[in-house]
Each structure stands twice: as C-alpha cells, then as structure tokens.
Ligand binder design. Structure first.
Ligand code: K1U
Ligand code: ZN
Length: 184
C-alpha cells in the first residue's frame, strides 16, 4: 500500500469533473486501499479520488470511532430527501487547518456500488449525510470554501500556503534528523 499526495486548494486539478468507474479492476482495488491508508494517515474521515488527482467517481470514508470500518462508494448518486438545511463545521484535507460552517440538506439518499460491486441504497442523516455531500462536491469539482465569502476564500488560500510552507520545513528538518547511512 502507498500514501498518495493530496492536492491542496487552490490547485486547478481539484476542479476536474470525475468520470464514472466502468469496471472495478485490480488497479481500482489498489487505489481504494491506497486512498483508505492516505485518509487514515491524514486523520480524515473521508477522501474523494479527485483529491489524489484520480478523476473517477470513487469515495472512501470511515466514520467509526476506532477507524475500523472503512466504506467505499463507487459511482455515487446523492439525492436530498428534505428541504431543511443545517450548518455543520466542515474541514477538508485539501484545505488544511481551515474550518467553517456549510449548510446542507440534513437527510439524503445514497445510491452507489461498494468495492465488491454490491448495491448501496441508504437514506442517511447526521455526519454521514454531511460527509457524503462534501465528497460528492469534490467529484464535481466543488470545494467547501466555494460556499464561503470571497474574503474567507482569500484567507483560506493564504492559510493553505502557510501550512504548506510549514510542512515543507518540517519535512526538510525530519530528513536532516535521519541517521546517515554509509556504504562502508
Ligand atoms: O474530503 C475531505 O477533505 C475529508 C474531510 C471530510 C469532512 C469532514 C468534516 C465535514 C465534512 C467533510 C475531512 O476528513 S476533514 C478532517 C477531519 O477529520 C474532520 C474535520 C471536522 C470534523 C470531523 C473531522
Ligand atoms: Zn474535502
């Protein structure tokens, strides 16, 4: 398994519309395993293939406490079941360290296939409803900050730039601390 690099806002590749998955191949299964590992490593609760620069309709998610129940949604269709919307403080692995409230329908129907090709047809509420709508947006090239004011979008851009710089410095520092191997 491998950790995949996550695209950061405002990378234009995050705006790509994802294509349907035609067939679940060995390559798709490897991508699913890599996305689950990447989501856990980044301490996220969801990840869309678009975020790892793979523009296919594939989402992984794990809302369990002990991170033991990963779920896979292939070619998902999400339909609101109510008009009522509620705000929820969202985060995004592609917009690190930025959190803000987004209003979304509180109850939705999810139709999709799982990793075995079995049909998913569920009416859901709560965090699953929020998260699947957030991930569906990724597949459609939409990022949660698009729902915020221009000012907040600019701040989010600046924040992400800062976080990337800090992470690059930390990465360089960590590399310096590695014991040097010699061929001798
Ligand atoms: O798509 C993503 O970038 C994953 C995202 C999913 C998500 C979290 C919260 C609301 C909507 C969608 C994350 O996992 S963000 C990081 C995170 O773990 C988190 C943030 C807020 C609440 C709970 C978890
Ligand atoms: Zn996101």
């Amino acid at each position: 398994m491998a950790l995949l690099p996550i695209l950061n806002y405002p990378d234009p590749r995050l705006r790509t519309i994802a294509e349907p998955v035609k067939e679940v191949t060995a390559e798709t299964k490897t991508l699913i395993a890599d996305m689950i590992e990447t989501m856990y490593d980044a301490q996220g609760i969801g990840l869309a293939a678009s975020q790892v620069d793979r523009h296919i309709q594939l989402i992984v998610m794990d809302l369990s406490e002990d991170k033991s129940h990963p779920r896979v949604f292939i070619n998902p269709k999400v339909t609101p079941l109510v008009e009522e919307k509620q705000p929820y403080e969202e985060g995004c692995l592609s917009v690190p360290d930025v959190y803000d409230k987004v209003e979304r329908p509180t109850k939705v129907r999810i139709e999709a296939l799982d990793e075995n090709g079995d049909k998913i047809d569920e009416d859901v509420e709560g965090l699953l409803a929020v998260c699947i709508q957030h991930e569906m947006d990724h597949l459609n090239g939409v990022i949660f900050v698009d729902y915020l004011s221009r000012l907040k979008q600019t701040r989010a851009r600046d924040k992400v730039r800062k976080v990337i710089k800090i992470r690059e410095k930390q990465g360089a520092h960590a590399a310096e601390q590695q014991p040097q191997t010699t061929n001798a």
